[in-house]
Design a protein around this ligand. Structure first.
Ligand SMILES: C[S@@+](CC[C@H](N)C(=O)[O-])C[C@H]1O[C@@H](n2cnc3c(N)ncnc32)[C@H](O)[C@@H]1O
Length: 248
């Protein structure tokens, strides 16, 4: 559907950066348990390659995964044949009635969908609130401003057996936009294939997000971890409840 997380970067994210989803999953399952979210449908927005979906299915939830990247969804379908996956923007998709919505890995920050902005995010929270059944829960993370010290650009690389990824990051402090210039090399046969992507992410202050959630009726908890897994600096974890309205 879009030109982001194409085949090679989707593969590299899946094999090289899976720890984030796998480390968040136990804490997310605990939150669902503690809040007595019944074992029914969880909608995972920005599901990527289906890592969290697999953990949810194994814990007896049903899963609908949505992702804007066709290559990510291709991997997810192979990994979790028992879940349903759709290629779509999380800002466009109609969210079915459900007990829980999850979205981890900065999905709400990405500007892959050009419609993503403060206003769209507020509308999106309202749609989720309406889709959630009473007692339902929204669990997600966001990336905050201040990713780079004094806005200085950074460069790093990560490598695996048959790939390497080079990332240059730059933060526009005024507009709160993080740009990642990503170059991948992936071994295909005898040679390494190169691809380049540029990802832009709108950085949101946790307090601004909390305000938007409260405005549509959610009760909000902000944390720096999912369970025992501490998020890295500049990430915030949200658990937003649609409380049951007591009968009068
Ligand atoms: C860093 S990855 C995280 C994937 C997965 N949640 C995980 O933790 O492994 C971010 C994902 O968000 C997806 N994404 C970004 N913007 C999106 C949008 N507007 N609608 C749907 N998916 C989106 C990307 O395609 C990508 O798969």
């Amino acid at each position: 559907m879009t030109n982001f997380y194409r085949e090679d970067l989707a593969y590299i994210h899946d094999v090289g950066f899976r720890d984030y989803a796998l480390n968040c999953a136990p804490g997310i399952l605990d939150i669902l348990n503690q809040n007595k979210v019944c074992k029914s449908l969880v909608v995972d927005l920005g599901c990527g390659s289906g890592l969290l979906a697999k953990e949810l299915i194994q814990a007896d939830y049903q899963v609908l995964g949505i992702d804007i990247s066709e290559s990510m969804i291709n991997i997810a379908r192979q990994r979790v044949p028992d879940a349903n996956f759709v290629v779509a923007s999380l800002f466009d998709v109609e969210i079915p009635p459900c007990n829980a919505v999850t979205s981890i890995g900065e999905c709400l920050n990405y500007l892959f969908d050009p419609n993503n902005n403060h206003q769209k995010l507020a509308e999106f929270f309202s749609c989720i609130y309406n889709a959630l059944l009473p007692g339902g829960i929204l669990i997600f993370d966001i990336l905050e401003p201040g990713q780079l010290s004094q806005g200085n650009p950074s460069r790093n690389f990560t490598e695996g057996g048959d790939w390497i990824v080079l990332v240059e990051k730059e933060e526009d402090l005024k507009h709160k936009i993080l740009t990642r210039r990503i170059t991948t090399f992936r071994q295909v046969g005898e040679y390494y294939r190169r691809d380049d992507e540029i990802h832009r992410a709108q950085l949101y202050k946790a307090s601004d997000i909390a305000e938007k959630l409260k405005k549509v009726g959610f009760q909000v908890q902000i944390s720096d971890s999912f369970g025992r897994y501490n998020l890295s600096k500049g990430h915030a974890a949200f658990v937003a409840h649609k409380t049951v309205v007591p009968e009068s």
